[in-house]
Design a protein around this ligand. Sequence first.
Ligand SMILES: Nc1ncnc2c1ncn2[C@@H]1O[C@H](COP(=O)(O)OP(=O)(O)OP(=O)(O)O)[C@@H](O)[C@H]1O
Ligand SMILES: [Mg+2]
Length: 303
Amino acid sequence: MTDNPSGTHGAVLKDSAPAEGGPLVELRGAGKSYGNIRALHGVDLQVHAGRVTCVLGDNGAGKSTLIKIISGLHRHTEGDFLVDGRPVRFATPREALDRGIATVYQDLATVPLMPVWRNFFLGSEMTRGPWPVRRLDIARMKATADRELRNMGIALDDLEQPIGTLSGGQRQCVAIARAVYFGARVLILDEPTAALGVKQSGVVLKYIAAARDRGLGVIFITHNPHHAYMVGDHFSVLRLGTLELSADRSEIGLEELTNHMAGGAELAALKHELAQVRGVDVEELPEESDLTAPVATSPEGTP
Ligand SMILES: Nc1ncnc2c1ncn2[C@@H]1O[C@H](COP(=O)(O)OP(=O)(O)OP(=O)(O)O)[C@@H](O)[C@H]1O
Ligand SMILES: [Mg+2]
């Protein structure tokens, strides 16, 4: 654990209990309705220290709803939500943070024109001197941000540069390092690679693995089974608000996971829709059964 020198930032771990090998966070038959829209229903999920739990699913599957419950933004309306084995009901995200549950949202809450080190401490600035002459401890914040980023293996040339000049991937990495520094035990990442290219996605995946190796329980939300499979220890696939698959890495291969995501039935429906559109050769699209098969060679007699 990193040192967390006294400053004005809150004690993140204030009332957390040791997990003793049990899950840090657990959902049992959890669900959420918005009025009469049932966004999530009957979901079981366990998040363990030192493991990456991937939550996959198509648009509208309920991924964001799930993490909003865990991060304290929304209250579940059915089932149980437990932290360190005890049922909880967070009123605010602050309460979740106090239990060590940190969320990195895709639209990162950073101030683009402020330097990197300033964003690292945003809302939890270090100060020095007694009240009323207390001032920001700029030197200590710069040195700490520099050390923490290096500890995570994140090399930035200049922490004075505005965070807005960093790439999307680099900003995600700063947010991950920040959560680790402020004592997160559970790190939730909502589609951190969705807007990134191949290389930057690789960098973010590397820091997800680094956070896991530091013993955090990571919840990694993604559309991309390939990204999930590169770092995941467990895979939970949501479909229309319910859990359609929950499997450990030892129980499922990338191909099968991709198949679950692609949704054979939905592909068939899409093919039917596309058949109505001129200029799309649906014969060239894969059959449902081809999704797990090796790439088919052209049958005899076709040009
Ligand atoms: N505040 C809300 N009020 C009413 N319905 C909502 C609300 N938030 C989400 N929903 C509905 O709940 C369902 C699940 O939405 P959710 O945002 O959790 O999906 P998602 O898996 O995160 O999708 P995406 O990949 O598009 O982000 C959707 O049908 C959505 O319309
Ligand atoms: Mg979402």
